[in-house]
Design a protein around this ligand. Structure first.
Ligand SMILES: Nc1ncnc2c1ncn2[C@@H]1O[C@H](COP(=O)(O)OP(=O)(O)OP(=O)(O)O)[C@@H](O)[C@H]1O
Ligand SMILES: [Mg+2]
Length: 163
């Protein structure tokens, strides 16, 4: 990473990603600490870098690509090429609420996959008691601040990103 400063507050780690390559590298590092059943909620404004982060997750998990912005397809399953969990990449932007998420049936795949949902805050929390919240902020200089927060027992003591 070309510019990386990290601070820890409780089970939140804040990381700076200076470029899109840094964002993917960060997500690859996080992917190394993930396993089937993990849920990630990616938040941040339009163009923040949520899909870029998901691409890094896919690289780290070794799943079949390409990982693109879901437009009409709201959730896509990227199977593993290395015998690990698949990546389910979903976009809740157009979903009305928790009822519509139920129709997607993400729950069916959750146990066997790593699930990453863009715009998932306030919508998919009910899917899992444990989750990683990835909140991306875009700064005026185009660098990004990425706050990784662990929620639930699974992440109480340890986050999949170094301090
Ligand atoms: N430091 C950075 N981190 C991530 N992306 C960056 C950075 N600097 C520039 N970019 C660019 O910003 C854009 C981020 O787009 P991306 O599709 O990942 O955002 P998004 O949050 O998924 O948007 P949307 O809300 O439309 O789904 C990309 O074109 C990427 O190359
Ligand atoms: Mg996106």
């Amino acid at each position: 990473m070309t510019d990386s400063t990290e601070t820890t507050v409780a089970n939140t780690v804040a990381v700076t990603a200076a470029t899109d390559a840094d964002m993917r590298a960060l997500a690859r590092r996080i992917a190394a600490g993930l396993r089937a059943g993990d849920l990630l909620i990616l938040s941040g404004p339009l163009g923040a870098g949520k899909t870029t982060f998901a691409q890094g997750l896919g690289e780290g998990l070794g799943v079949r690509g390409p990982i693109t912005s879901p437009t009409f397809i709201i959730a896509r399953v990227h199977p593993s090429l290395v015998g690990g969990p698949a990546l389910v990449h979903a976009d809740a932007y157009r979903l009305g609420g928790p009822e519509e998420i139920e129709d997607l049936d993400l729950e069916a795949a959750l146990e066997d996959s790593v699930t990453a949902v863009e715009w998932g805050e306030g919508v998919v929390e009910g899917l899992s008691e444990d989750r990683l919240e990835i909140a991306i902020d875009r700064r005026p200089d185009d660098t990004r601040t990425v706050r990784v927060t662990g929620v639930g027992r699974r992440w109480a003591d340890r986050l999949p990103v170094e301090e």
